[in-house]
Design a protein around this ligand. Structure first.
Ligand code: FPP
Length: 263
């Protein structure tokens, strides 16, 4: 029964089978976005350098990607580096810029095997060449995969992308190809880096911080939010299942009414 419901099998998820079956019988969120926070605190608690927390966080990325893919999640967007993260010490920034390479050089064969497609959203212009090369290689190697889209938000900032979308609209008006009265929400959505992705159904933020930190501000308008005290390196398969179970209990109304209430 479980194997029939899982997108890819065989997979030994260290979880109670009945629990997984009941999750898979309900709607699994199509797009999950995660603000992976708390790596520094995880390291500090162990008297380790902050970068040790990021390194451990990378292992969590592997676990969660794998489970999300097997559960049939279509897109997993991970906030790996924001446009504001350049303010961190150079050594930490350099380490973070090396992580996609390390992650992909270790796990790319597994991602290919698992049918995962790697994508990236974010500004390319000030990313180091070695980071971009690693991402480009991974995108190329996985471009025909049809399973989960693993979308890294790298050098991503939501306000900046909204400004860019607005500039694009202004340019169309200036060129006479768009009328001010015709501007719609779609014009903004189409100008964002997520134009080809569905909006997130579920946003997870770890580490007890309860804010959006310039992440997908437009796209999250009707997303269900789930916050946990768990630090990202400690975030487990169990934590993801808990978040999905919470999502499945929500009543998404998009500003309207549903079921009984509508009568
Ligand atoms: C926030 O924690 C985390 C980041 C800025 C980086 C997130 C990156 C990873 C989890 C690794 C990504 C892996 C790949 C494959 C790209 P923080 O440093 O702000 O933690 P703190 O709030 O406890 O200090």
């Amino acid at each position: 029964m479980l194997n029939k419901l899982l997108r890819r099998t065989p997979y030994t998820i260290p979880q109670d089978e009945d629990r997984l079956i009941s999750i898979l019988k309900e709607e699994v969120p199509g797009h999950i976005a995660i603000i992976m926070d708390g790596n520094g605190r995880w390291a500090k608690k162990r008297s380790l350098p902050r970068v040790a927390g990021h390194h451990e966080g990378m292992k969590t990325v592997r676990k969660i990607t794998k489970l999300a893919n097997h559960l049939g999640v279509d897109t997993l967007t991970l906030y790996a580096f924001s446009t504001e993260n350049w303010k961190r010490p150079k050594m930490e920034v350099d380490f973070l810029m090396r992580l996609p390479e390390e992650f992909l050089s270790t796990f790319l064969p597994e991602l290919v095997e698992e049918n995962v497609r790697v994508e990236m959203m974010g500004y390319h212009h000030n990313l180091p060449a070695h980071t971009l090369t690693a991402i480009k290689r991974a995108k190329e190697a996985t471009k025909n995969n049809t399973g989960l889209v693993l979308n890294f938000a790298l050098n991503y900032g939501s306000r900046a992308e909204i400004v860019d979308a607005v500039k694009n609209i202004a340019a169309q008006i200036e060129a006479g190809t768009l009328d001010v009265s015709d501007i719609s929400e779609e014009h903004i959505s189409e100008g964002l880096m997520t134009s080809k992705l569905p909006e997130p159904d579920l946003l997870i933020r770890t580490s007890g911080e309860v804010r959006l930190s310039n992440f997908m501000l437009w796209q999250l308008a009707y997303t269900e939010l789930w916050f946990t005290e768990t630090l990202w390196p400690d975030f487990s398969e169990e934590s993801l299942l808990e978040a999905i179970e919470s999502y499945q209990k929500r009543n998404r109304r998009y500003g309207g009414l549903k079921g009984e209430e509508a009568n």
